[in-house]
Design a protein. Sequence first.
Length: 147
Amino acid sequence: MLLARITGTLSLLLIASCAEYLPLSGGALEGPLSATPSSWEGVAADNIIQLETRAEQPYSVNLWTVIVDGDLHIFAGDNYATWVAHIENNPAVRLQSEAGLYAFKAQRVTDEAHFKLFSQAWEEKYGAPPKNERVDQTFLFRLTSLD
């Protein structure tokens, strides 16, 4: 009985300490929009960013990013996640990092050569290549200006 309580308590502490790395969904991101920086290096340096979709009923998730050709990219692998479905309905998204809150349009990447550049950048940043090796098997998005 005591062992079960200790195990349960330790499990809760572990989950709480790793919460920012879990793909849990939340609501609206808060704060004023930041001006577009000249480089996304500061944002991409964050281990985790938050992405908000569906402005009319905000939905946000924690994700990783990489830079390819100067643009931020987000990746769902082959997981047709809720946020991916939201982007297909409306590509306007917001991203929050330690550097600020930014508005973007998410554009799905379907070019195999670009996906290879993404894979290299992903492996450099995270120490392992993405699990999927073909762009047509994944949901990869380039974040671009709303203009």
